[in-house]
Structure formats: C-alpha cells, structure tokens
Design a protein around this ligand. Structure first.
Ligand SMILES: [Zn+2]
Ligand SMILES: [Zn+2]
Length: 106
C-alpha cells in the first residue's frame, strides 16, 4: 500500500449519504469509518469555506508577533541586539538572530 502521490491516490467507491444535503455519494477520497459523518464534495467545500470565513483565515488569526525592543548584547558574538521576538528571562544568554540560528541549527 504505497501511494506514489496524492494524484495517484485511488478514489474509494461506495454508497454513502451526505449528512448535509442527503445526496448520494459514490466516491470519496478517503475510506470513512462506518457511522461517521460523510459529506458530498459540494457540502464539504461549503462547510469548509464557512468555517474559514468565521475564523477569518486559515487558523492563523493571531497576526504577527510583536517584537520586543531593547538593548542587549549577543552572548556569543558580542553584537548589539535591539529586537527580540520574546522577552529574555536572562539577558546574559541573549543571542543575535544569526547565533540563535547557529545554536539551534542542523
Ligand atoms: Zn451534500
Ligand atoms: Zn551573535
């Protein structure tokens, strides 16, 4: 059972009833568990777009994080750090973005 890609994924044939419009569904992209709620593609799309509309986005409604302004020194390379995405608990461990990337990296 190794799918090569989403495009090659075979549709599941069956006989379900759409929980929304009551229409007959004969094909699905996945195999629903018995008794689970199934929607036809139209209702599925409708429900999705409604939910997305309510959320005002794709689950990403927090917006950009505010940067904290300050005057720190990178504990690794000694460069001045004036902006951080968080408030450091211990100013002596502050790292500039480059050193932060390096220390996490690979
Ligand atoms: Zn439907
Ligand atoms: Zn640095």
């Amino acid at each position: 059972m190794a799918y090569q890609s989403d495009f090659d994924r075979p549709m599941v044939q069956g006989n379900w009833t759409c929980a929304d419009c009551g229409g007959t569904i004969t094909q699905l992209k996945f195999d629903p568990r018995p008794g689970s709620t199934v929607y036809c593609p139209d209702c599925y799309k409708k429900n999705r777009s409604q939910r997305d509309g309510n959320r005002g986005g794709f689950g990403n409604d927090r917006g950009p994080k505010p940067k904290i302004q300050g005057n720190w020194t990178c504990s690794m390379c000694g460069v001045a750090v004036t902006e951080l995405p968080f408030n450091p608990k211990d100013p002596s461990t502050v790292k500039c973005f480059d050193c932060y990337k390096q220390s996490r990296g690979r």
